[in-house]
Design a protein around this ligand. Structure first.
Ligand code: CUA
Length: 166
């Protein structure tokens, strides 16, 4: 059936073509960002019980910190909490330059945020969920991380750092 038989107004047809081109452009932009530039959308990795996540001996967050998986590859288990103090556990991790670190962050109480300076890591930390994102640290330096969700009177003192050594 030709467009003439369907009686599509030329203006409408042009807008339909324009919309279709936009969809292709957006799909291309998202694909290039995801697969070409490695920009990941943080997704909930798994679920945990926020009441026991810090104390259950089977929970990695009962002993938070860095685990070396293989040379240059690390898993960092980080617990954010407001009780008894507003802080991240651990407050600081140290890795050599060139390391790839997968952050597994969860909260023991309220909602927090996690943003690492000079990286694309910036996500919410929701009680009961584990947020995961992998960051490669090529340049030595101090990469501070801060809480980006208002979580109470100690929100502003909630920070830590990834130290990348040469
Ligand atoms: Cu934790 Cu704001």
């Amino acid at each position: 059936m030709s467009t003439k038989q369907m009686h599509i107004d030329p203006y409408e047809r042009n807008w339909m073509i324009f919309s279709a081109i936009l969809l292709v452009l957006f799909a291309t932009a998202v694909s290039v960002a995801a697969f070409g530039m490695g920009i990941q959308v943080p997704a909930p990795e798994t679920r945990v019980d926020p009441r026991t996540v810090a104390v259950d001996p089977n929970s990695p967050w009962s002993n938070p910190g860095l685990r070396e998986i293989e040379p240059g590859k690390y898993d960092a288990y980080i617990l954010a909490h407001a009780i008894p103090n507003w802080e991240y556990l651990p407050k600081e991790i140290t890795v050599p330059a060139g390391s790839s670190v997968s952050f597994y962050v969860t909260s023991g109480d309220v909602q927090h945020g996690f943003k690492i300076q000079d990286t694309n890591a910036n996500f919410m930390v929701i009680p009961g969920q584990v947020s995961k994102l992998t960051v490669k640290f090529d340049e030595p330096g101090t990469y501070n991380f801060i809480c980006t969700e208002y979580c109470g009177s100690g929100h502003a003192i909630m920070y830590g750092a990834v130290i990348v050594t040469p």
